[in-house]
Design a protein around this ligand. Sequence first.
Ligand code: G16
Length: 542
Amino acid sequence: MIKCLSTTPFNDQKPGTSGLRKKVRVFQQPHYAENFIQSVFDSLEGFEGKTLVLGGDGRFLNRDVIQIALKMAAANGFGRVLVGKGGILSTPAASHLIRSSGAFGGLVLSASHNPGGPDEDFGIKYNVSNGGPAPEKVTDTIHARTLSIDSYRILEAADVDIDTPGMSRLGEMTVEIVDPVAGYADLMESLFDFGAIRAMIAEGFTLSFDAMSAVTGPYAVEILEKRLGAPSGTVRNATPLPDFGHHHPDPNLVHARELYDRMMGEDAPDFGAASDGDGDRNLIIGRHSYVTPSDSLAVLAANAHLAPGYALGLKGIARSMPTSGAADRVAQRLGIPLYETPTGWKFFGNLLDAGMATICGEESAGTGSDHVREKDGIWAVLLWLNIMAVRRQGVAQILAEHWAAYGRNYYARHDYEGIADDKADALMAALRDKLAALPGTANSGGKIKSADDFAYTDPTDRSVSRNQGVRILFEDGSRMVFRLSGTGTEGATLRVYIERYVGSDGDLGMATADALEPLVRAAQEVADISGFTGMERPSVIT
Ligand code: G16
């Protein structure tokens, strides 16, 4: 029986950089998840009888919200829902499933790299029919609906068995429990030279992949161990756990410390990698050699033609504004366009759909291509492996040769976490107020050439997104960017992105902290970070 239940709006359901992310306890309030899901459905048109993809990263609450979403999808008129077995679908695999099944859209349940568990985070993201995150005009409509919603529709029925593959009925709707891994692994095999990678591994190349007890475990075991022949145990923390084994599934140098230490140790494997909660981010570390996400994007773009799926070359490269300019130099040399978008993978979707860009990347550990409409952690790992198998070089040598050819963009992101919202807003407002007066002045970073608040006009539909981060450019090409994170669930996080370019004839071997030290001081001078936040140093440097 379909029930129509009365509800009242929650005023905190505005989707952020990537969907709605809140504490589990917030999601556990009566009607909270239901309100948001109904608001998504109410914002869509023409899905009656069509297919919805449903899955998540396995975190705490995943299975409960899957049951709710199934019953609501049935009550709202979807014809079929494809659910990853056990409720599991990595974000890139969900994107692929939406595309390959011709689905109307998908609900991806994840708070990405945020921790999981009863006291941690949960999230719901809606992806559209191209497989990518809903664009801003859709998330704006969803948000508006959350503020006026007064009822939701849900089928009264027993829970669906989501652990047994096969088909069943839920009211008028078909539910299909699908293998979350196989189709995605086949897609990877179609893009990369598995034979070459397998041969490299068989010859003794060693690797270590940390799945961080999150969703990529089953994918990495199937691809790296089963299909590519890496020894069992290559994938560590391979079982997705509701609380990620108390780990913070963010593949950066702080949270993937164990992997980092292994890669810097005496017996380090040749290659190390990690992914995040929902499998869309990546961390790449060669033997004794960390690769920044910005450099990774540049190296992958410069070498992508070595993989079968990209042998015909790239149409263009896209990067988020705070990502370093390393990829710009590659685009320039390849004679292809470079697009600079706001932070958020959703901004790449139109460029990929229009065939304007092939590879995209972000400083926040995301890289991907037009094979899906999400960033893709395992894809990045496989492209690196493919490049190494063809070039017969390790990460350090590939990086060194890249810098020698293009110069080096020294780069770091300093995060100040858990700032009171009003203080973070005041800092950004004060910074914005002084932007017009900055050009021509000088500070520890040098002479300022320009300063603005980044606005983006999508070249495909001319939609405009404003206030996407404050940029301060110096005469020597160095840059600082300030913006507030849109993915946190507690207080505000100030992100300060710092970059300095050194040409191929300059000193390419400095420690990043040394290379950026004057700019770090300049950031403090311009934004008075310690004055506004009371914090003398960042919580995390990536
Ligand atoms: C999300 C978005 C990314 C963004 C990142 C950080 O990643 O998809 O595009 O770069 O958040 O965003 P912010 O700086 O606003 O916190 P994920 O992996 O969390 O879905």
